[in-house]
Design a protein around this ligand. Structure first.
Ligand code: ZN
Length: 300
């Protein structure tokens, strides 16, 4: 029987680095991207077009995209929180934009500058603009499992956001556990509920943080719920700004190790992924949370 395919989208150059206090220069980011594509990742978040005062680590995203112009070895995704960010991404030559909404007003007001309902109003125009520019657009619902300001986020909030987004369907819809609070039962419930209202043809993606050590378990629950695309960050960088000192995104190499052992085909070279995770640790000059990059793969 052919192995089941599982796609891992690498987010270390964006979500991984954005909360790092130590500034990483553009050349190092571009080398990281090259190592990521060499390891077999076909899609990666290369940067974000957000306020550089709020996220100084992403201030050089235009230069990063300039350095990637013309490369076709992978799809380089730009993150945006508003129409202005989408315009900047298009101008920089991005071919795919990940547009982020929130499931809770507390986070939406601070991250996107307005309550959820307000931010959703521009969505049909954003989709039309991306289509006109021949740019693929995905949507992410952040704080889909819990909010650092509002606490519990009702499933109905997530479903409502998914329905609104579905009126102008993106090619992909992600649920993000922004602060790493989800348990597998939440994942089963929320992906089930969103899958039931997502328009046909919209693929689902899952984005987990390992803040409370539940990310690998959540990844298995997501795949069991029918998700075939998972975000990961090599070395597990991507610490949560609301939990200083906590672990970051689910480590990509740990995902690759586990799912390949489970019989999935991720298309990733685990040796190269481990090497890249170690490269990140060296670039940041610190120990990183990923486990497989320390332990190594299954012994021969
Ligand atoms: Zn994240």
């Amino acid at each position: 029987m052919a192995k089941r395919k599982l796609e891992i989208v690498e987010v270390s150059p964006r979500d991984g680095l954005q909360n790092e206090a130590e500034m990483v220069d553009t050349a190092t980011k571009l080398e990281l991207v090259t190592r990521i594509t060499a390891a077999g990742f076909k899609r990666l978040e290369a940067g974000s077009f957000v306020n550089p005062k709020k996220v100084p680590q992403m201030a050089d995203t235009p230069e990063v995209f300039e350095g990637l112009r013309g490369r076709s070895d992978a799809t380089f995704i730009a993150l945006a929180l508003n129409p202005k960010g989408v315009e900047r991404a298009i101008a920089a030559g991005a071919k795919e934009v990940n547009y982020v909404f929130c499931a809770s007003d507390g986070f939406s007001i601070r991250n996107n500058g307005a309550p959820v309902a307000e931010t959703l109003k521009v969505w049909p125009d954003v989709v039309a603009r991306a289509k006109a520019a021949d740019v693929r657009i995905s949507a992410t619902i952040s704080t889909a499992f819990g909010c650092p300001f509002d606490g519990e986020v009702p499933v109905a909030n997530v479903v409502r956001a998914a329905e609104e987004i579905g009126r102008a369907p993106p090619f992909e819809l992600a649920l993000a556990d922004t602060i790493g609070v989800a348990a597998p039962s939440d994942v089963t419930e929320r992906f089930g509920a969103v899958g039931a209202v997502a328009p046909p043809g919209v693929q689902l993606r899952a984005h987990f943080h390992n803040t409370r050590n539940t990310a690998l378990a959540n990844a298995v629950a997501a795949v069991d719920a029918g998700v075939t695309i998972l975000d990961g960050s090599l070395a597990g960088i991507g610490g949560c700004p609301f939990a200083p000192g906590a672990a970051g995104n689910v480590p990509s190499e740990d995902l690759v190790y586990m799912f390949e052992r489970m019989g999935y085909d991720t298309g990733i070279d685990l040796d190269a992924a481990i090497e890249t995770a170690r490269f990140i640790g060296k670039a940041l000059g610190k120990a990183t949370p990923g486990m497989v990059s320390k332990a190594g793969k299954f012994p021969k």
